[in-house]
Design a binder for this molecule. Structure first.
Ligand code: NAD
Length: 294
């Protein structure tokens, strides 16, 4: 079994990005600038946004954090988005989800200029992704593709099973891996809460990707010998021995499943770190006008 080391990979990619930023600085070209909008006090969201801002600093990007109280109205948030859309210095921005209940996520996503949508959530980018056109890939699936690619894991012709059909992970990664591309050309099955006899499907998987949000859901008897297992889940479980009173686990029962795998991603230290570096990659591409030249 080999561990797919998200920490190592994300550091490697950050060094590559930092080298590009250095070149841009030397040429006195524009430095990538990412803005993040954080609404409310959700601890997980705060920690994700902190890590995104810190990563910007590490690679030499400019970053702007806009914090708003959870009482902000939808109209007020839409005004902030309009400003960011128009601000020529901002290359890309994200609005951290989830948003408070009184704000419609879809309305917010649709308001973001697709050219600055470095999270890749806008239907314009999603549609272009599905059709194999240049686009900002959603950050987590983009991170998974890089893991598969950089570990030279063969995907073509493999049976791939994805657990979970969210718009940000399960559905896009199932589309990406079935596309005629590299990595891609897999035979993909998308499983969800209404799937019957889930283990029957998971046991067929050469590559199993879990994005459910259920701690330790994937057990050893659900996994084929030699499978590649990508654990996207980030779940907090109570742990009186941990400093913060909780620890993070994935969707996969790591201790039991790992010995059966050819490759497996850990949680923490896996896909989560790749999500952040993919966001940086998208921001760099936005700054250089690589996706939407004009
Ligand atoms: P979600 O929470 O929106 O949806 C969960 C999906 O799981 C649904 O499509 C549902 O049909 C499916 N599901 C639920 N119970 C099921 C069951 N018993 N059997 C089969 N399918 C079932 O999904 P999400 O937003 O993609 O998040 C999933 C997990 O991934 C969460 O733990 C989240 O924190 C994590 N996540 C991690 C990253 C990262 O960077 N590593 C990024 C995004 C999400």
């Amino acid at each position: 079994m080999e561990l797919i080391d998200g920490k190592f990979l994300s550091n490697e990619i950050k060094l590559e990005i930092a080298a590009e930023v250095k070149e841009l600085k030397e040429k006195e070209a524009k430095i990538p600038h990412l803005a993040a909008v954080l609404v409310g006090e959700d601890p997980a969201s705060q920690s994700y946004v902190r890590s995104k801002v810190r990563s910007c600093e590490q690679v030499g990007f400019k970053s702007t954090l806009i914090r708003e109280d959870s009482s902000i109205t939808e109209e007020e948030l839409l005004l902030i988005i309009e400003k960011l859309n128009k601000d020529d210095d901002i290359d890309g921005f994200i609005v951290q989800l989830p948003l408070p209940r009184h704000i419609n996520d879809d309305k917010i996503t649709l308001a973001i200029d697709p050219k600055k949508d470095v999270d890749g959530f806008h239907p314009m980018n999603f549609g272009r992704m599905a059709q194999g056109m240049p686009c900002f890939l959603p950050a987590t699936p983009f991170g998974i593709l890089q893991m598969l690619d950089r570990y030279n894991i063969e995907v073509e012709g493999k049976e791939c099973v994805v657990l979970g059909r969210s718009n940000i992970v399960g559905t896009p990664i199932s589309i990406l891996l079935s596309r005629k591309a590299r990595p891609g050309n897999a035979t993909v099955q998308l499983c969800h809460s209404r799937t019957k006899d889930l283990p029957m499907h998971t046991r067929r998987a050469d590559i199993l990707i879990s994005a459910l949000g259920i701690p330790n859901f994937v057990k050893a008897d659900m996994v084929k010998e030699g499978a590649v297992v990508i654990d996207v889940g980030i779940n907090r479980i109570d742990d009186a021995n941990a400093k913060r009173g909780y620890r993070l686990v994935g969707d996969v029962d790591f201790e039991a499943v790992a010995p059966k795998c050819s490759y497996i991603t850990p949680v923490p230290g896996g896909v989560g770190l790749m999500t952040v570096t993919s966001l940086l990659k998208n921001t760099l591409m936005a700054c250089k006008g690589e996706i939407y030249p004009d």
